[in-house]
Design a protein around this ligand. Structure first.
Ligand SMILES: O=P(O)(O)OC[C@H]1O[C@H](OP(=O)(O)OP(=O)(O)O)[C@H](O)[C@@H]1O
Ligand SMILES: O=c1cc[nH]c(=O)[nH]1
Ligand SMILES: [Mg+2]
Length: 216
């Protein structure tokens, strides 16, 4: 299932407009903060789909039967651009276990690239809800590589994917690889450049959040 959170007007469409804006992008702190806020909305929306249990809570005046999250999810993110969204998720699922996966585009001289999976730190995901965040879902190659790792490492109960911006062709690729995952998008664009950049998109999310890097 794919959910485009821009289909309804809310603050998320405001923040998406800011991360796309070439002028506002000069404010790197605002760019990261907006990614965190978009992730917060995704976390809240995902939380509505998760299992809850009733728990008796002792207040100073009595007992209140409250609904609480049954189990903590695993929050996974794809470095480096995913780190800001990861912080946004952690603000909401503040007791979650965390996975960090470094999947990045390793460029060849001819302009083509492969996804390199280097550093991985992942808790046990068996029968747990795994939420993967990455601001950009472009070709989908980084996510598919990450999903292959997650599937080999355990058998999660559910997989959710949260992106600030996604491209239609990348979504389709991820859906073929992981048909049961729910993909939550801040917005969806239809075009990709020959180099795999989303159009109109926003540019390079990792560079905008953390600065340009020397190509590997
Ligand atoms: O869907 P894809 O075509 O795989 O592209 C999306 C990936 O590209 C970006 O990371 P990038 O490789 O630029 O690394 P970075 O986080 O270090 O900037 C982004 O954060 C995704 O992980
Ligand atoms: O448009 C894109 C595609 C991949 N990665 C980005 O940061 N931006
Ligand atoms: Mg990048």
């Amino acid at each position: 299932m794919v959910v485009n959170l821009s289909n309804n007007h809310s603050l998320i469409t405001n923040w998406i407009s800011e991360i796309r804006d070439i002028e506002i992008q000069n404010d790197r702190m605002r760019f990261r903060k907006n990614l965190e806020r978009i992730a917060g909305v995704c976390a809240y929306e995902i939380s509505k789909t998760l299992p809850w249990v009733e728990k008796e809570i002792t207040t100073p005046l009595g007992i209140s039967v409250c609904k609480v999250l049954e189990k903590q999810p695993v929050l996974a993110t794809i470095m480096r651009a995913g780190l800001a969204m990861h912080n946004g998720f952690l603000d909401y699922f503040d007791k979650a276990d965390n996975a960090f996966i470094s999947a990045y585009r390793k460029h060849n001289r001819d302009g083509s690239f492969e996804i390199s999976l280097d550093y991985i730190s992942c808790p046990d995901t068996e029968n747990r809800v795994v939420i993967i965040s990455d601001p950009m879902l472009a070709t989908g190659s980084s996510l598919v590589k990450t999903l292959q790792y997650i599937r080999n490492a355990g058998n999660p109960a559910e997989i959710h994917i949260a992106c600030a911006l996604a491209c239609t062709v990348g979504i389709e690729y991820v859906q073929r690889a992981e048909p049961t995952a729910t993909i939550w998008c801040g917005d969806i664009d239809d075009e990709l450049t020959a180099k795999g950049y989303i159009v109109p998109g926003l540019g390079d999310a990792g560079d905008l959040a953390y600065g340009a890097k020397v190509q590997q």
